[in-house]
Design a protein around this ligand. Structure first.
Ligand code: ADP
Length: 262
């Protein structure tokens, strides 16, 4: 198991941002953490990365405890936050070279890897242009290129399609999907199920800090919701969806038996 949490909980004062989360993600999976704004996605990600400490429960990523072994974890886990900062006056290449230096990569190796990630992200032709001229889509791809420099085993992306037009979003999702072919485990968060469902092996639906439904998208749609709802599931942004799902009698059954969905 690459990511495993048990009873993972985070409280901010009286607010329970994440409430008793049991999550199991296997090697090579693309897992979508889905839920409306404020449902606890980012807090979960921050705990997985060791950037905030859990109030209760356990978390292991690649067998490591993120709060105790943050440096070992950082070497193997790439993180693309929902907004990435670059040095705008510097070129894409220079930004990557700077990150490579921070990662402690030797010069020769970093040159090879920079070439490779620029190529992979479709940025080779603009490598020597200043980032200030880049579109939001190009910046996202540069962000992923930066993450891939250290050749991570796990990549975590927070709302990777936020602010992208539909075409750029699909293009970027294809790039995320290509990571799977290399055996990289991917966890991404989104509040738009219809946008990310094509690339997710499984999704977990978050609602008020709790994982209320989990499974393969087709299974959730077909087995639980039936044909008519499936169409709406694909077409509807996630806000408000969980409430509607919970109103269905089938869903209470599923909540108590999520294992059957795996
Ligand atoms: P999402 O990523 O799904 O939008 P978050 O994890 O950001 O959700 O937030 C979950 C809940 O925790 C929200 O109610 C939010 O207001 C609260 N929260 C998140 N971070 C903090 C913080 N640093 N201090 C206090 N409350 C927070």
């Amino acid at each position: 198991m690459v990511i495993e949490t048990q009873g993972l909980t985070k409280r901010y004062g009286k607010v329970v941002a994440v409430d008793g989360l049991d999550l199991r993600i296997e090697a090579g999976e693309v897992y979508g953490l889905l839920g409306p704004n404020g449902s606890g996605k980012t807090t979960t990600i921050l705990m997985l990365l060791g950037l905030t400490e859990p109030s209760a429960g356990t978390v292991r990523v690649l067998g490591l405890d993120p709060t105790r072994e943050p440096l070992s974890l950082k070497k193997q886990v790439g993180y693309l936050p929902d907004s990435v900062g670059f040095y705008n006056e510097m070129t894409a290449w220079e930004n990557l070279a700077y990150t490579a230096r921070l990662n402690g990569l030797p010069r020769d190796l970093s040159r090879i890897r920079i070439e490779r990630v620029l190529q992979r992200m479709g940025l080779a032709e603009v490598a020597h242009r200043p980032v200030s001229a880049f579109s939001r889509g190009m910046r996202q791809r540069l962000g992923l290129a930066e993450v891939l420099l250290k050749e991570p085993r796990v990549v975590v992306l927070d709302e990777p399609t936020l602010g992208l037009d539909p075409e750029a979003a699909q293009e970027f999702l294809k790039m995320i999907q290509s990571l799977k072919a290399e055996g990289i485990t991917v966890l991404l968060s989104s509040h738009l199920l219809h946008q990310v469902q094509t690339i997710c092996d499984r999704v977990g639906l978050f609602h008020k800090g709790k994982l209320v439904l989990e499974g393969r998208v087709e299974e959730l749609a077909q087995r639980i919701l039936g044909g008519a709802y499936r169409i709406r599931l694909e077409a509807t942004p996630l806000d408000g969806l969980v409430e509607r799902l919970q109103a269905l009698p089938e869903v209470s059954r599923v909540q108590t038996d999520t294992r059957g969905l795996r």
